[in-house]
Design a protein around this ligand. Sequence first.
Ligand SMILES: CC(C)(COP(=O)(O)OP(=O)(O)OC[C@H]1O[C@@H](n2cnc3c(N)ncnc32)[C@H](O)[C@@H]1OP(=O)(O)O)[C@@H](O)C(=O)NCCC(=O)NCCS
Length: 169
Amino acid sequence: MSGLPADFAIRLLRRPEEPAAVADWMAQSEPWLTLQRDRATCLKLLLTPGRELHGATAAGRVIGVLALDLHGVLNGYIATLAVHLDWRGRGVGARLMQFAEERIQRQSPNVFLCVSSFNTAAQQFYHRRGYELVGRLRNFVVPGHDELLMRKTGPPWSAFAASSFAGDG
Ligand SMILES: CC(C)(COP(=O)(O)OP(=O)(O)OC[C@H]1O[C@@H](n2cnc3c(N)ncnc32)[C@H](O)[C@@H]1OP(=O)(O)O)[C@@H](O)C(=O)NCCC(=O)NCCS
Protein backbone atom coordinates (compact mmCIF):
# COMPACT_ATOMS: atom_id res chain seq x y z
CA MET A 1 0.00 0.00 0.00
CA SER A 2 1.28 3.52 -0.68
CA GLY A 3 0.14 7.11 -0.44
CA LEU A 4 -2.11 8.90 1.97
CA PRO A 5 -5.78 7.98 2.45
CA ALA A 6 -8.51 10.42 1.42
CA ASP A 7 -9.46 11.14 5.05
CA PHE A 8 -5.90 12.05 6.06
CA ALA A 9 -5.84 15.13 8.29
CA ILE A 10 -3.62 16.98 10.77
CA ARG A 11 -5.27 18.42 13.87
CA LEU A 12 -4.61 19.28 17.50
CA LEU A 13 -4.83 16.30 19.84
CA ARG A 14 -7.11 17.33 22.67
CA ARG A 15 -8.61 14.06 23.94
CA PRO A 16 -6.43 12.45 26.67
CA GLU A 17 -6.77 8.95 25.18
CA GLU A 18 -5.09 10.07 21.95
CA PRO A 19 -1.56 10.79 23.27
CA ALA A 20 -1.89 7.69 25.45
CA ALA A 21 -2.48 5.56 22.34
CA VAL A 22 0.44 7.24 20.56
CA ALA A 23 2.76 6.56 23.52
CA ASP A 24 1.91 2.84 23.21
CA TRP A 25 3.31 2.54 19.68
CA MET A 26 6.08 5.09 20.11
CA ALA A 27 7.63 3.20 23.01
CA GLN A 28 7.71 0.00 20.95
CA SER A 29 9.74 1.46 18.09
CA GLU A 30 13.07 3.13 17.36
CA PRO A 31 14.60 5.50 18.30
CA TRP A 32 12.76 5.34 21.62
CA LEU A 33 13.77 1.72 22.34
CA THR A 34 17.47 2.59 22.17
CA LEU A 35 16.85 5.82 24.06
CA GLN A 36 15.16 3.75 26.80
CA ARG A 37 12.03 5.84 26.64
CA ASP A 38 9.26 3.62 27.94
CA ARG A 39 5.55 4.23 27.49
CA ALA A 40 5.27 6.46 30.57
CA THR A 41 8.25 8.57 29.47
CA CYS A 42 6.92 8.89 25.92
CA LEU A 43 3.57 10.01 27.29
CA LYS A 44 5.28 12.54 29.54
CA LEU A 45 7.22 13.89 26.54
CA LEU A 46 4.04 14.24 24.51
CA LEU A 47 2.23 16.00 27.35
CA THR A 48 5.02 18.43 28.28
CA PRO A 49 3.19 21.60 29.31
CA GLY A 50 3.37 24.50 26.89
CA ARG A 51 3.84 22.39 23.78
CA GLU A 52 1.42 22.11 20.90
CA LEU A 53 0.52 18.52 20.14
CA HIS A 54 -0.71 17.78 16.65
CA GLY A 55 -1.76 14.43 15.26
CA ALA A 56 -1.92 13.02 11.76
CA THR A 57 -5.11 11.01 11.54
CA ALA A 58 -6.57 8.47 9.14
CA ALA A 59 -9.36 5.94 9.47
CA GLY A 60 -10.18 7.27 12.94
CA ARG A 61 -6.69 6.63 14.31
CA VAL A 62 -3.73 8.81 15.15
CA ILE A 63 -0.98 7.55 12.81
CA GLY A 64 1.57 10.30 13.38
CA VAL A 65 2.39 12.90 15.97
CA LEU A 66 4.14 16.24 16.12
CA ALA A 67 4.97 18.14 19.31
CA LEU A 68 6.07 21.75 18.90
CA ASP A 69 7.77 23.98 21.44
CA LEU A 70 7.09 27.53 20.38
CA HIS A 71 8.71 29.34 23.31
CA GLY A 72 12.24 30.37 24.27
CA VAL A 73 15.41 31.12 22.36
CA LEU A 74 15.21 27.98 20.20
CA ASN A 75 11.62 28.45 19.10
CA GLY A 76 10.29 26.84 17.08
CA TYR A 77 11.54 23.51 18.14
CA ILE A 78 10.19 20.23 16.81
CA ALA A 79 10.24 18.29 20.06
CA THR A 80 8.73 15.06 18.72
CA LEU A 81 8.01 13.73 15.25
CA ALA A 82 6.80 10.17 14.96
CA VAL A 83 4.90 8.10 12.44
CA HIS A 84 3.37 4.72 13.29
CA LEU A 85 5.52 1.87 11.93
CA ASP A 86 2.71 0.67 9.63
CA TRP A 87 2.46 4.10 8.02
CA ARG A 88 6.09 5.02 7.42
CA GLY A 89 7.30 5.73 3.88
CA ARG A 90 3.91 6.91 2.67
CA GLY A 91 4.32 10.65 3.01
CA VAL A 92 2.92 11.15 6.53
CA GLY A 93 6.22 12.45 7.94
CA ALA A 94 6.68 14.80 4.98
CA ARG A 95 3.22 16.27 5.54
CA LEU A 96 3.85 16.69 9.26
CA MET A 97 7.16 18.44 8.54
CA GLN A 98 5.51 20.78 6.06
CA PHE A 99 2.83 21.53 8.67
CA ALA A 100 5.46 22.14 11.39
CA GLU A 101 7.48 24.51 9.22
CA GLU A 102 4.44 26.53 8.17
CA ARG A 103 3.30 26.77 11.81
CA ILE A 104 6.74 27.79 13.10
CA GLN A 105 7.48 30.24 10.31
CA ARG A 106 4.46 32.28 11.38
CA GLN A 107 6.51 33.33 14.41
CA SER A 108 10.17 32.43 13.85
CA PRO A 109 12.65 32.31 10.95
CA ASN A 110 14.32 29.18 12.37
CA VAL A 111 13.23 25.60 12.83
CA PHE A 112 15.23 23.51 15.31
CA LEU A 113 15.11 19.82 16.14
CA CYS A 114 17.24 17.09 17.66
CA VAL A 115 17.88 13.71 16.09
CA SER A 116 19.78 10.81 17.61
CA SER A 117 23.27 10.06 16.27
CA PHE A 118 22.25 6.46 15.45
CA ASN A 119 19.07 7.52 13.62
CA THR A 120 20.66 7.93 10.20
CA ALA A 121 17.40 7.50 8.26
CA ALA A 122 15.81 10.45 10.07
CA GLN A 123 19.01 12.51 9.63
CA GLN A 124 18.79 12.00 5.86
CA PHE A 125 15.09 12.83 5.96
CA TYR A 126 15.97 16.18 7.60
CA HIS A 127 19.01 16.88 5.38
CA ARG A 128 16.83 16.51 2.31
CA ARG A 129 14.56 19.17 3.78
CA GLY A 130 17.35 21.70 4.25
CA TYR A 131 18.33 21.07 7.88
CA GLU A 132 21.99 21.39 8.86
CA LEU A 133 23.92 20.22 11.87
CA VAL A 134 24.57 23.04 14.35
CA GLY A 135 25.63 21.15 17.44
CA ARG A 136 26.28 17.79 19.05
CA LEU A 137 24.95 17.06 22.53
CA ARG A 138 27.19 14.21 23.68
CA ASN A 139 25.69 11.36 25.70
CA PHE A 140 22.59 13.48 26.04
CA VAL A 141 19.85 10.88 26.61
CA VAL A 142 21.77 7.63 27.03
CA PRO A 143 25.51 6.94 27.19
CA GLY A 144 27.14 6.14 23.86
CA HIS A 145 24.69 8.08 21.73
CA ASP A 146 24.55 11.78 21.02
CA GLU A 147 21.73 14.09 20.07
CA LEU A 148 22.38 16.18 16.96
CA LEU A 149 20.88 19.66 17.02
CA MET A 150 19.76 20.67 13.52
CA ARG A 151 18.54 23.97 12.18
CA LYS A 152 16.65 25.03 9.11
CA THR A 153 17.66 28.63 8.72
CA GLY A 154 15.57 31.50 7.51
CA PRO A 155 16.44 35.21 7.49
CA PRO A 156 18.06 36.81 10.57
CA TRP A 157 15.67 38.00 13.26
CA SER A 158 16.40 41.62 12.25
CA ALA A 159 14.88 40.94 8.85
CA PHE A 160 12.10 38.66 9.96
CA ALA A 161 8.76 40.37 10.06
CA ALA A 162 7.59 38.93 13.37
CA SER A 163 4.40 40.61 14.43
CA SER A 164 4.89 40.60 18.19
CA PHE A 165 8.25 39.06 19.16
CA ALA A 166 11.57 40.19 17.70
CA GLY A 167 13.79 37.44 19.08
CA ASP A 168 16.42 37.38 21.80
CA GLY A 169 19.67 39.29 21.77
C1 LIG B 1 11.42 9.86 10.26
C2 LIG B 1 9.92 9.71 10.03
C3 LIG B 1 9.17 10.73 10.87
C4 LIG B 1 9.62 9.96 8.55
O1 LIG B 1 8.24 9.80 8.35
P1 LIG B 1 7.67 8.94 7.11
O2 LIG B 1 6.21 9.08 7.11
O3 LIG B 1 8.23 7.58 7.19
O4 LIG B 1 8.35 9.72 5.92
P2 LIG B 1 7.74 10.03 4.48
O5 LIG B 1 7.06 8.83 3.95
O6 LIG B 1 6.95 11.27 4.53
O7 LIG B 1 9.04 10.37 3.71
C5 LIG B 1 10.07 9.45 3.57
C6 LIG B 1 10.50 9.45 2.17
O8 LIG B 1 9.71 8.49 1.51
C7 LIG B 1 9.15 9.07 0.32
N1 LIG B 1 7.94 8.37 0.06
C8 LIG B 1 7.88 7.07 -0.03
N2 LIG B 1 6.63 6.69 -0.34
C9 LIG B 1 5.87 7.78 -0.41
C10 LIG B 1 4.51 8.01 -0.71
N3 LIG B 1 3.69 7.02 -1.01
N4 LIG B 1 4.05 9.25 -0.65
C11 LIG B 1 4.87 10.26 -0.39
N5 LIG B 1 6.18 10.09 -0.11
C12 LIG B 1 6.68 8.86 -0.13
C13 LIG B 1 9.05 10.52 0.64
O9 LIG B 1 9.08 11.30 -0.55
C14 LIG B 1 10.30 10.75 1.45
O10 LIG B 1 11.39 10.98 0.64
P3 LIG B 1 12.20 12.36 0.79
O11 LIG B 1 12.67 12.45 2.21
O12 LIG B 1 13.28 12.22 -0.21
O13 LIG B 1 11.22 13.44 0.47
C15 LIG B 1 9.41 8.29 10.35
O14 LIG B 1 10.11 7.36 9.59
C16 LIG B 1 9.50 7.91 11.82
O15 LIG B 1 8.56 8.13 12.58
N6 LIG B 1 10.63 7.35 12.20
C17 LIG B 1 10.83 6.91 13.57
C18 LIG B 1 10.80 8.05 14.51
C19 LIG B 1 11.87 9.05 14.18
O16 LIG B 1 12.97 8.69 13.81
N7 LIG B 1 11.51 10.29 14.36
C20 LIG B 1 12.42 11.36 14.20
C21 LIG B 1 13.11 11.55 15.50
S1 LIG B 1 14.05 13.02 15.46
